[in-house]
Structure formats: C-alpha cells, structure tokens
Ligand binder design. Structure first.
Ligand SMILES: [Zn+2]
Length: 276
C-alpha cells in the first residue's frame, strides 16, 4: 500500500512539473504569436487587434529626417553644443486630432534597463515626467508611473503602457502604438518604443535651456512628440508645422518639441474640451 501511495505521489509531482513546463511553453508560444502579430503592424496606419474586433491599433512611426541610424554615442562628457531660438512656439497651424482620447487617469510603466547609457536610466523618470507635464494642464489627464518596472520592450495589448528602448522599424526614431475602442475612441493601451539603433542623449533643460547635443537625438524632445500621440494628436509633415511638437520628423540636436506651439495646444483643447 505504501508503495502505491509513494508511486502515486511521484506521478503527481511528475505530472505537475510537466504541466508547469507545458504552461511555460504555451506562454512563450503565445508571446511569440503576439510579437509576430504586432510586428506586421510596424508600418504607419490603423490595424486590427487580434481577438478584439471592437478595437483597433494605430501605429505612428516617427522618422528621422533623412537619417540613417548612427552609432549609439557614448555618455556625453561635453556640454550641449547647439542651441535654438525660443520664439517658435507662436506657430498656430492647427494640429488635428486622430479620434482617440485618454481616460482622465492614466498609468505608465518604464523599462529602466533598456535606457541607453548616453541618456542614463536614472534620468528616465525625470525625462518622462517633464514630457508628460506639458500636456497635463490643457488635457486634464493625470499621468502616474506604476511602482512596477517592466523588462518588456515590445508593444502589445496587455494593459501596461510601456516606455522602453527596443527594436522598431528601420528608419523610425520611435514608434507609438495606440490601442482603442472603435466606437468611443477611448484608449485602452498605448506603448512607445524608442529605437535603440539611433544615438540618444538628454540635455537637462533646467540647466541648458534651449540647448542640445548636435550629434544625437534628445530623448525628451522625441518623447514629448510621442506622448502627443498618447493624448490623441496626429502627425503633420508640411512646412507650416516644422516648429510644432507634432511635426512628423525629428532631427539630432533638436529640443523644440519639448514645448508646445499654439497649434499643438489648440489640438489638445479640441480633444479635451471640458477642461477649464
Ligand atoms: Zn509621430
């Protein structure tokens, strides 16, 4: 009898071990499937969300102007070496909305391990907070960082709203993926992946107002643009918009997207009209 019980126990242990391995394999298979589905969606435009016919995902690819990936730069030791005029915020060309809207309280999660050393993972919280802050007053949206960090660096519909450096389509500085309900436009998930194939830096504007590093892309500058998409703003590519945060191209040594133009603000106010 004892023998039978012992054998039964061994079988139970074996079986649960097998079930665990199987579950893990299923999970990773599922992850790969999700990655594959989203990978198809690396190009600009509106796409289906697998398994969710009531949702769509809009992909914004933010291109480098005429740029190919350069070599990621080492941690800058010099001071920012290029400065811009600060009077460009009067541009008033209207930045139209794309039809999505963020709920009033919105959480995001950072992948600190993915930050290039030339930006500094210890700076990411500040960079992201500052980039969100330019939208807070006019949209009324409260942005909160979750206590959990993430190691994800792929966009997917999982209820986490991640900001990470990772692989994204060639020629893109960053890509933002907004998943939303088709009927209401309400956003349910949004992720921004910064392309780790480009050289990045960050010039702290509290110290170096209007200045940046000429040989790399400023993280806050590009993130502010991406967060404009989180809030529902479109990309614009014509001459009227070159000074706007929502201008569709980014350039090295640029920090003018850190602050909104009158046209960007008008776009936010149109999406969030009930904010006093
Ligand atoms: Zn964009």
């Amino acid at each position: 009898m004892k023998k039978i019980i012992a054998m039964a126990m061994v079988l139970v242990v074996l079986f649960s071990g097998f079930a665990l391995v199987q579950a893990k394999q299923d999970q990773s298979k599922n992850d790969k499937k999700i990655d594959k589905e989203y990978k198809i969606h690396e190009e600009n435009g509106i796409h289906d969300v697998p398994g969710h016919p009531n949702m769509k995902v809009k992909v914004f690819v933010h291109k480098a102007k005429g740029g190919k990936p350069g070599k990621p730069t080492p941690t800058p030791t010099k001071e920012p070496d290029v400065c811009e005029l600060s009077d460009e915020n009067s541009s008033s060309a209207f930045v139209g909305p794309m039809g999505t809207i963020l709920p009033a309280n919105w959480e995001y999660t950072l992948n600190l391990n993915s930050v290039p050393s030339s930006v500094g993972s210890e700076n990411l919280k500040t960079i992201v907070e500052r980039a969100f802050s330019v939208f807070s007053e006019d949209s009324g949206v409260n942005f909160t960082r979750t206590k959990n960090k993430t190691t994800l660096n792929r966009a997917r519909y999982d209820g986490k709203n991640i900001i990470a450096w990772g692989a994204t389509s060639a020629g893109a500085l960053a890509t933002t993926y907004t998943t939303y309900y088709v009927s209401s436009g309400e956003v349910v998930d949004v992720d921004t992946i910064m392309n780790n194939q480009y050289p990045w830096s960050w010039a702290d504007q509290a110290e170096y107002s209007g200045c940046a590093y000429s040989d790399s892309y400023d993280a806050q500058n590009i993130m502010t643009h991406e967060f404009g998409h989180w809030l529902g703003l479109e990309d614009f590519y014509t001459e009227d918009f070159v000074n706007h945060t929502m201008y569709g191209y980014g350039a090295p040594g640029e920090v003018k997207k850190d602050t909104l133009t009158l046209g960007d603000i008008a776009g936010i106010k149109a999406i969030y009209p009930n904010v006093p």
